[in-house]
Design a protein around this ligand. Structure first.
Ligand SMILES: Cc1cc2nc3c(=O)[nH]c(=O)nc-3n(C[C@H](O)[C@H](O)[C@H](O)COP(=O)(O)O)c2cc1C
Length: 254
């Protein structure tokens, strides 16, 4: 049976143990085709990806990855405003595609690949995702989620958009910090904001831009599932909501 995006989002979790078993070639080709066909929210920013077995990954990394998975997906992008969010979006779309195939994943924001260690001529590394089979089960119920309550992250709360916003709330984030805030308006739009760190913290900010991209993927899939044709739009002038929040993007629902 074809699972809904909502089902996949509710089943996904971060796995920390993997069977050391290579993934079928056809599956990896399917992943490559899936990712190659995606268009991220800021379509003109150059990006690419690689899938690498663990040992190749270790050779590129400055420190050994935190989880030992048989395969890694790495995402790279030219450094432009919004390229990290694009990679968050692309990575989470890949994660949900893999979830549908029964493949366990874990975002690996702690992984670093310096440009002098990467393949020659590569775009700058952004992030990595570990993947493989696992003996751990997928999530069975929403009660297993550790997330902030709906009314702490969703504002203006247009009730008809609740199924979409709930999926945004369930998006993964680095250290489960959940920096995203969702605000609806009366013009069929959901505006996404990201909480700024209290003190300047470039590493945390970097990861939270990726987090925002993952939330964008959830909003888009939630909107599609509710029968809308969602469109990402970065509005100018930027919508403002509360101090301490940085505007990320709006999803127009038509
Ligand atoms: C951008 C990003 C980076 C992450 N980096 C790591 C990491 O380096 N190591 C790790 O074990 N988990 C990492 N995670 C997974 C989060 O810890 C996890 O998403 C969060 O705790 C929520 O749990 P869940 O994914 O099971 O819903 C990362 C998640 C995101 C979105």
């Amino acid at each position: 049976m074809h699972e809904t995006y909502g089902d996949l989002i509710r089943q996904r979790k971060s796995f920390r143990s993997f069977r050391q078993e290579p993934l079928p070639e056809a599956l990896m080709e399917g992943l490559i085709d899936f990712l190659s066909d995606l268009t991220p929210p800021e379509a003109e920013i150059d990006w690419n990806f690689d899938t690498l077995p663990y040992l190749d990954m270790v050779k590129l990394c400055s420190t050994e990855p935190g989880v030992k998975a048989p395969c890694y997906l790495i995402l790279r992008a030219e450094r432009k405003r919004f390229s990290l969010q694009n990679c968050g979006y692309l990575g989470e779309r890949a994660v949900l595609w893999l979830t549908e195939q029964g493949i366990a994943t874990c975002w690996q924001g702690s992984v670093q690949i310096r440009s002098d260690a990467d393949f020659e001529g590569s775009l700058p590394f952004v992030t990595a995702i570990a993947l493989g089979y696992s003996d751990e089960p997928f999530r069975k119920s929403e009660a297993e989620f550790d997330r902030k309550p709906y009314d702490k992250v969703v504002f203006n709360r247009e009730e008809k958009y609740r199924p979409i916003l709930e999926l945004g709330r369930l998006s993964p984030s680095s250290f489960n910090r959940q920096p995203c805030v969702f605000v609806t308006d009366d013009r069929q739009r959901i505006h996404l904001f990201r909480k700024k760190s209290l003190l300047p913290n470039p590493v945390q900010e970097f990861q939270q831009c990726v987090d925002a991209g993952a939330a964008m993927a959830h909003l888009e899939l939630g909107a599609l599932e509710q029968g809308y044709t969602p469109k990402f739009n970065r509005m100018y002038p930027m919508p403002r909501f509360k101090a301490g929040l940085t505007y990320q993007i709006s999803v127009e629902l038509s």
